[in-house]
Design a protein around this ligand. Structure first.
Ligand SMILES: *Cc1c(COP(=O)(O)O)cnc(C)c1O
Length: 429
């Protein structure tokens, strides 16, 4: 698989390099040169297969030239060892539940696949994973790489801006997992990470790798569950499918659009955000004007400068698709809470992120269409807000209950690159 840097097309790398490098020059994102496409017959065949075998085929369409199918299959089987159910919510809407991995959010798919790919393609070399999280990425990355030999992980997160439970989930592991509470917001954390990757000395000395949602290996992994959703739907729904994606950094939406470029017949996507609505405002006005990040109930989507957005634009450009065919909208906290209560009355307990996607889906679904929204996290992961909004108690799943009782191991850091640099170099000693 060959990829090019969106900002500098003559920088070209293969999958393994793109995965290890994360970003290209000038912080450019890598994008596939070839967009593989299955025929209608192949799509039908794929939809007949089981999740693991199908996912190996999908991923091989991209990386088959660097890793034989049976190796991809073995790695996929190790990474995706949990169910991915489509659960009906109403007559014409279903949830794709992506929260049965070890950290109860969809980010387990990308992180675990990336960890498998790094082990497969980079045997024996010490790498440092440096990533920023607004909650779920950190947990998924920490758990995916925890205890792996030759991998050191440093995770930055905004102090006081993620849920206490989320913090417990990834800041209590220790061993090769180092967590840093930054005195700033998520965008500040992302900026520090970018600076670290621009620091050639640091980058080479520690062999830095960002495992965040800009990593191409994570995006490719996520393509697989859009196919799985389609496979579980009856034929009439498949032909009229509208998919609503709760979006922060827009990695998940990029993966869904990639699935479409491969031939998955999704009629329309909806880019659903919370009050951090840079993209909806852009799609409405054509003007890119990020506001300061606002803290919301759906805090994993509190991103005002979404990292993956240039890939969405590149994809539309390459396919000659019109950006105005992309559905969009934003949902504020009040409407999110109301939607969660509405969903509860029809028997579906949702956390805030999925509720944002559901709300825009049910508001824009046309007669005859079938709607699917991504249920990106287990409701218990957002226990405090779900309990207070729904007025009922939610038991913690065992994975969370165990972590909740352990002490935090994070260090606190001012939002300054010097501080991060110092900390990183001390790890290398
Ligand atoms: C990360 C996350 C999102 C946003 O996904 P992006 O790929 O960053 O757009 C939505 N919901 C939950 C629960 C998340 O953790």
């Amino acid at each position: 698989m060959k990829l090019y840097n969106i900002k500098e097309h003559n920088e070209q790398v293969n999958f393994s390099q793109a995965m290890k490098q994360g970003l290209g020059r000038h912080q450019g994102l890598f994008f596939p040169m070839e967009l593989p496409e299955f025929s209608l017959i192949e799509i039908d065949m794929l939809l007949e297969m089981d999740f693991i075998n199908r996912s190996a085929r999908i991923l091989s369409a991209y990386i088959g030239d660097e890793l034989p199918l049976e190796r991809v299959l073995a790695r996929v089987a190790a990474a995706f060892e949990f169910p991915v159910p489509v659960v009906p919510v109403s007559d014409d809407i279903a949830a794709l539940e992506l929260f049965y991995g070890p950290t109860l959010a969809f980010k387990d798919f990308g992180s675990r696949f990336m960890a498998q790919m790094l082990i497969e393609m980079d045997q024996g070399q010490l790498v440092t994973i440096l990533t920023a999280t607004s909650g779920d990425t950190g947990a998924a990355v920490a758990h995916a790489f925890y205890g792996l030999e030759n991998v050191r992980v440093v995770i930055l997160y905004p102090q006081g801006k993620i849920s206490p439970l989320q913090e417990k989930l990834f800041c209590t592991l220790g061993d090769n997992i180092h967590t840093v509470a930054v005195e700033g917001d998520f965008d500040t954390c992302q900026m520090l990470i970018k600076q670290a990757f621009d620091d050639q000395e640091l980058k080479q000395m520690l062999r830095l790798n960002s495992a965040n949602s800009i990593n191409i290996s994570r995006l490719l992994a996520q393509v697989c569950y859009y196919f799985e959703a389609m496979a579980q739907l009856p034929q009439p729904a498949r032909n009229q499918l509208v998919v609503s994606v709760p979006s922060g950094n827009f990695g998940d939406l990029t993966a869904g659009l990639l699935a479409k470029t491969m031939g998955l017949p999704v009629k329309r996507f909806i880019a659903a955000t919370n009050a951090n609505d840079t993209v909806p405002r852009f799609l409405n006005s054509g003007k890119w004007f990020p506001n300061p990040t606002i803290a919301t109930l759906s805090n994993a989507m509190d991103v005002s400068q979404p990292n993956n957005w240039p890939r969405v634009e590149e994809l539309f450009r390459r396919k000659n698709w019109q950006l105005d065919t992309l559905g969009y909208g934003c949902v504020n906290d009040k409407a999110t809470a109301n939607t969660m209560r509405e969903m509860a009355t029809i028997g579906y307990i949702s956390e805030p992120h999925a509720a944002v996607a559901y709300r825009l889906l049910r508001d824009s679904l046309k007669p005859g269409e079938y709607g699917l929204f991504l249920s990106t996290a287990h409701p218990a992961k957002f226990q405090e807000s779900v309990e207070s909004i729904l007025g009922r108690s939610l038991p913690l799943p065992p994975a969370l209950a165990v972590r909740a009782s352990l002490p935090l191991l994070s260090v606190r850091m001012p939002a300054q690159f010097d501080a991060l640099r110092h900390l990183m170099l001390s790890l290398a000693k």
